[in-house]
Design a protein around this ligand. Structure first.
Ligand SMILES: Nc1ncnc2c1ncn2[C@@H]1O[C@H](COP(=O)(O)OP(=O)(O)OP(=O)(O)O)[C@@H](O)[C@H]1O
Length: 327
């Protein structure tokens, strides 16, 4: 990849409102060719709305976006030809076999006839479903269906593959298998991957991530740079009296602490070196202590003031209402 290459995705001031709800509030970002770029944010942050605008499924109310060099509003068909989609709601035909689903997709996308059989074999092998090609999709597990959707999204050799929460609702083994395929993909295909997730640990696999909250991008960088940028370690202590410990941390060390995961938690530079002082000066008995390098959760917390889980709780009501409305 050279830096002179045009971005795979270029977004300027992109907005989407639903009535009075500003789902996406004017976001700017670029995705480089060949990158795995992640959109990380809690439910309701605006991830699906953004990805849907980039895939030309919904129209922006403001700003602009180019995907594979084409404008998502003025050159909708060109954008569609150049992208693959794997969305949260499955759209496979359960009565057809895996191979028949792919053949149907190849026809829709006008994949040259002489290439179809070879390409179907290639993508099914990539997601380890070649030996199940003749089975009806209705007999597949959730994980197999998701793998088949990924194969289908790749069939017409798109330049950009969009994945909306590719592992949501899957068990941990299947999630890690899906990530294995995505990793394989980035080495075997000349492709850019744009994905959304609310799983911190999955965002770690991305080359760069944009953290999105309440319809706004709060920061974009590689996971390593974001974590290093915090410059502090996370310290968690178990005490006999959490509230007194929190007050003492404020008074003696000027540190803001809160109870997270049942432990008094705070951030401090060079955590290991701070621990002896903590024992000597806190004045509240400490039962156990742990020091960890910052995680993406800490990054999210640093930029938004809440953990991703707390933010999810906040919007759970809205998500539930939408889920009901979709029925
Ligand atoms: N069709 C719609 N009509 C009205 N409001 C909507 C619609 N779609 C999304 N919203 C609202 O826009 C905001 C962003 O939703 P969006 O689905 O983009 O978030 P998200 O980050 O993708 O979360 P999720 O993973 O739950 O889909 C939310 O407040 C949501 O309720």
């Amino acid at each position: 990849m050279t830096t002179s290459e045009a971005p795979a995705v270029a977004v300027r001031g992109l907005k989407k409102s639903y009535g009075t709800v500003e789902a996406v509030k004017g976001v700017d970002f670029e995705v480089r060719p060949g990158e795995v770029f992640g959109f990380l944010g809690p439910n309701g942050a605006g991830k699906t709305t953004t990805i849907s605008m980039l895939c030309t499924l919904i129209k922006p109310t403001g700003g602009s976006a180019r995907v594979a060099g084409h404008d998502v509003v003025k050159e909708r068909d060109e954008v569609r030809r150049n992208i693959g989609l794997v969305f949260q709601d499955p759209t496979l035909d359960g009565y057809l076999s895996a191979e028949q689903n792919l053949r149907f997709h190849a026809e829709l996308y006008a994949v040259p006839k002489e290439l179809v059989a070879g390409r179907i074999k290639q993508v099914l092998e990539m997601v380890a479903l070649w030996d199940r090609k003749d089975a009806k999709v209705m007999t597949f597990s959730g994980g197999m269906k998701r793998r088949l959707e990924i194969a289908r999204g790749l069939l017409h050799s798109p330049r950009v593959l969009f994945l909306d929460e590719p592992t949501v609702g899957l068990d941990p083994q299947t999630r890690s298998a899906i990530w294995g395929y995505i990793d394989k993909l980035r080495h075997s295909e000349d492709i850019t991957i744009f994905m959304t997730t609310h799983y911190m640990e999955e965002a770690e696999y991305c080359d760069r991530i944009a953290i999105i909250d309440h319809g706004e991008i709060v920061v974009v960088d590689s996971p390593e740079a974001l974590k290093a940028g915090i410059g502090k370690d996370r310290v968690q202590i178990q005490t006999a009296d959490d509230q007194t410990a929190i007050a003492a941390l404020r008074e003696r060390f000027e540190l803001d602490a809160a109870v997270r995961e049942g432990l008094v938690t705070f951030a401090v530079p060079s955590g290991e070196q701070f621990v002896p002082r903590l024992f000597a000066e806190l004045g509240v008995p400490i039962r156990s202590v742990s020091v960890s390098r910052p995680s993406l959760d800490d990054v999210f917390m640093n930029y938004t003031g809440s953990t991703i889980r707390d933010a999810e709780g906040e919007s759970a009501g809205a998500t539930w209402m939408r889920a009901m409305a979709r029925r």
